[in-house]
Design a protein around this ligand. Structure first.
Ligand code: KG4
Ligand code: ZN
Length: 344
């Protein structure tokens, strides 16, 4: 009888400590401990993130194993996020994964955080089910905004990326200007539902090719808010829903215009989005409309797999196992792990 292939995934690149168990290509648990400690600082404080990962990692892994009904000795391999991310945060997951792999004498698999976001698109009804290649993936998170042509599970062409802020960073920084707590993305999404997306018009940056830029939008909003609050100190409060809807509309327009351009330029007919911002409800409905209008296939990850989670890391681990991309105990966490890295 063939032995079960059981992968433990561990994610600790930013402010989410997560562990997941994947058995024979099926997600059996995906535990996520979110760190509320950063809210009062308006952004992630790296030192506090590392400390919170230290407190959370053992219980989170324990819960993931327990929920899946798996004992540690049954694990086939352990996959962990090696980078990119905050170094101190990554080190917690890397050290834990190395120690556990060593103790159990199982292979260690290194995962690139952005590969894992892309592979989150392969989770359909909790099962690993790769999309037909090639397809376009737009990864939109707090740290990245990229357009990637995915030719095979680990063959990627980076077509474009942001030249300054990431889309999620834009949501968070703009939210902060409007007095919203960190992370502002989900709040802007919720507030925008009762606002008018055409109430205020902000400029779309002219960036050549398939690259993005979001810093101009932030500056333009900052200047706009300064002018308006000088006239009416309650301007933000009185117009919050309209401001959120208009800003969200602008960010979504910047993203979707480039996505359409990439699809046409590369003659593709299938795309997906991944990363924290892919949870945005307006972006999701806009993309579904675009897909319908153009006859394209559109895949949106289940919300649970949009923001940082270990299920996507376990999926990359599972695909790595099949591709024999096994890691090395001598390798360390890498805050700037290159997108094209190969584990040696
Ligand atoms: O992928 P992720 O969890 O972490 C990184 O790898 O960066 O993404 C976090 C980002 C944050 O900037 C957060 O504001 C944004 O995703 N985000 C959203 C929504 N949910 C999370 N942005 C817009 N709308 C949302 N619903
Ligand atoms: Zn992420």
């Amino acid at each position: 009888m063939k032995a079960d292939l059981i992968v433990l995934g561990i994610e600790s690149s930013c402010d989410e400590t997560s562990a997941s168990i994947l058995i024979n290509g099926e997600i059996r648990s995906n535990r996520i401990a979110t760190q509320d400690v950063h809210i009062k600082y308006g952004g992630v404080v790296p030192e506090l993130a590392s400390r919170a990962h230290q407190s959370n990692i053992v219980p989170v892994v324990d819960q993931a194993l327990h929920e899946a009904g798996v004992r540690p000795y049954q694990l086939t391999a352990i996959a962990y996020t090696r980078g990119p991310g905050l170094l101190g945060a990554l080190l917690v997951g890397a050290s834990f994964a190395k120690a556990m792999a060593l103790a159990l004498n199982v292979p260690l698999i290194e995962v690139h955080h952005m590969h894992a976001h892309i592979h989150s698109l392969f989770i359909q009804d909790k099962k690993v089910s790769p999309l037909p290649f090639p397809f376009l993936c737009m990864t939109v998170s707090g740290g990245h905004t990229q357009l990637i042509k995915v030719k095979a599970p680990f063959v990627f062409d980076l077509l474009g990326e942001t030249l300054d802020d990431a889309a999620g960073e834009a949501f968070d920084k703009i939210g902060k200007l409007m007095g919203l707590p960190y992370p502002a993305g989900p709040q802007i999404d919720a507030l925008a539902k009762s606002g008018n997306s055409h109430a205020f018009v902000f400029p779309i940056p002219a960036v050549d090719g398939l690259n993005f830029s979001f810093s101009g939008l932030k500056t333009s909003l900052m200047n706009f808010l300064r002018r308006e609050t000088e006239k009416n100190p309650n301007f933000i409060h009185e117009n919050l829903a309209d401001l959120c809807a208009s800003v969200q509309h602008t960010i979504v327009k910047i993203l979707t215009e480039k996505l359409k351009l990439a699809m046409k330029q590369e003659s593709l007919n299938c795309f997906g989005i991944a990363g924290g911002v892919s949870a945005n409800s307006y972006l999701r409905t806009t993309l579904q409309t675009i897909a319908m209008e153009n006859g394209w296939n559109c895949t949106l990850p289940a919300r649970e797999y949009t923001t940082d989670n270990a299920a996507m890391v376990a999926v990359t681990g599972y695909l790595s196992w099949h591709a024999q991309r096994i890691g090395n105990h001598a390798n360390t966490a890498d805050a700037n792990l290159p997108f094209g890295f190969y584990p040696v």
